[in-house]
Design a binder for this molecule. Structure first.
Ligand code: XIL
Length: 462
């Protein structure tokens, strides 16, 4: 009995072994097909295409709405097809699908082809997720603020803008009215009107207020640009300004970007009037003065940020920023780093963003994604907002929110979007950015309708 069992067992093993050997040989012998871009794309379907594989008898076609084929369209999980194309019908409009094929000969199956992405034409009938951003962010195990850049003129009670802002966002940054040139009229003379309105709006409505920005080379008032005094007097003016502004808003703002964009794109200190007049230690001095003013005003919890752009894909710049951050940290003057993230649908990559942000995380600093927008037309190759770019943008919003949400709780602060509606964005035709045309970088269209980007943001929180 025992011997018979052994015999059967050994036989079975030999059989299994020979099967898997055959499979391997088959997979080696049968080439993987090359999938071609879809043809005849319309509102509800397309023609999937691929190249002929020598000796293949049929092809196995997979179609999915996810790039990693987690799920399949009904009937399209290894669907056998004998032709070199397949007409797929009955799909949703304005939706992205992915397909791949394998070749088959008898029981042999090849490796997978490349994956083709195709977006159907027309209007998507898939409703956007209407959940409010801050509601979902607040319900997280480790919540964070969802911020919006605002202008005082937009904060009209009862307006559509105001309703959305209060429903969806838990933090605000002034888009420009808390910078130096609108506030500082002359030495020691201030116009607080717009800034006060913004801060009061936040304070009155339980919305966090982030101060942006004390020192920025683009926002220097003329009187200071043309300052006739000595360098020491110039430095005193900057000190006075920082002291007065931090004092004025003490207890009313949670945080300040103390210095904005001090590093240029070659990874050196930017040659600004502050560097020229005050020397390379000006950054530390500005933080020192902000801290002293806050402490003197009893605001010992004020968070001080260094804020900059495009550090993720530019390593020399990133290194220089962290050199500054390390120096500030060594003097115990900095609480966080602001990553502007004026990104595009192509860049920076997930890895680049993660690596950049994680450098600040490992230093125990707070992370503010401070000015997020995602361009879909950086090369002016589209004249309308296509479904393809709409979905690319959705994926990119989802990606960055996911990255942010994955950082430890202690490092979280806020993720701020730089404007509400596409038509209000600073991006289209922006000369400083060399932006060549129209764009649609934000979460709402010009009619206050939520975009797929908004749904992508929500999905990033899953
Ligand atoms: C921009 C605003 O969006 C514009 O409305 C304003 O005219 C110029 O500044 N980096 C920053 C932001 O830190 O303050 C800038 O905001 C965009 C680039």
């Amino acid at each position: 009995m025992k011997n018979i069992f052994l015999l059967v067992f050994t036989g079975a093993m030999l059989f299994l072994n020979s099967c898997s050997k055959d499979d391997n040989e088959g997979a080696n012998a049968l080439e993987a097909p090359v999938a071609n871009p879809a043809k005849d794309v319309n509102n509800t379907g397309f023609r999937a295409k691929w190249m002929y594989v020598s000796t293949a008898q049929s092809y196995l076609l997979d179609i999915s709405t996810s790039a990693d084929f987690e799920t399949f369209l009904p009937d399209y999980n290894s669907k056998p097809v004998t032709d070199l194309n397949e007409v797929v019908v009955g799909l949703d409009g304005g939706t992205r699908y992915f397909y791949r094929v394998r070749a088959k000969r008898d029981s042999e199956i090849s490796a997978y082809s490349n994956v083709i992405s195709v977006v159907t034409n027309g209007v998507s009938s898939i409703p956007e997720d209407p959940t409010f951003l801050k509601v979902k962010a607040n319900a997280l195990q480790h919540p964070f603020f969802v911020g919006m850049a605002v202008k005082a003129s937009q904060l009209e009670t009862g307006s559509q803008y105001d309703v959305i802002l209060k429903n969806e966002f838990s933090s605000i940054s002034a888009e420009y009215e808390m910078k130096m040139n609108p506030i500082s009229v002359a030495s020691g003379v201030y116009n607080w009107e717009a800034a006060d309105k913004i801060v009061a709006y936040g304070n009155d409505n339980g919305i966090n207020v982030h101060g942006h920005a004390l020192v920025w080379h683009v926002a220097v008032p003329d009187w200071l640009t043309n300052y006739p005094g000595t360098d020491a007097e110039f430095s005193n003016e900057v000190r006075q300004y920082i002291t007065d502004v931090v004092t004025h808003f003490a207890g009313k703002v949670t945080s300040w970007d103390v210095v904005n964009e001090a590093v240029d794109d070659t990874g050196n200190l930017r040659n600004t009037i502050f560097l020229q007049r005050m020397g390379p230690n000006y950054i530390n001095q500005c933080f020192q003065w902000a801290r002293e003013a806050a402490d003197a005003a009893g605001d010992t919890d004020l968070l001080l940020f260094y804020n900059d752009y495009a550090t993720s894909a530019n390593i020399p710049k990133q290194n220089k920023v962290y050199e500054l951050v390390d120096a500030l940290k060594a003097s115990n003057l900095i609480n966080g780093v602001g990553f502007q993230m004026h990104n595009t649908y192509l860049s920076p990559t997930k890895d680049q963003i993660e690596t950049d942000i994680n450098r600040a995380v490992s230093k125990g600093l707070k992370i503010h994604i401070s000015e997020l927008d995602i361009q879909v037309n950086p090369f002016n190759d589209i004249s309308t907002f296509t479904n393809e770019r709409r979905l690319d943008q959705k994926d990119k919003y989802k990606e960055i929110v996911k990255i942010y949400n994955a950082i430890p709780s202690a490092n979280k602060y806020a993720l701020t979007i730089w404007g509400m509606r596409d038509n209000e964005s600073w991006i289209p035709y922006n000369a400083e950015l060399n932006h060549p045309g129209n764009d649609w970088p934000l979460l709402y269209d010009s009619n206050f309708a939520i975009k797929s980007a908004h749904t992508g943001f929500l999905q990033g929180l899953d």
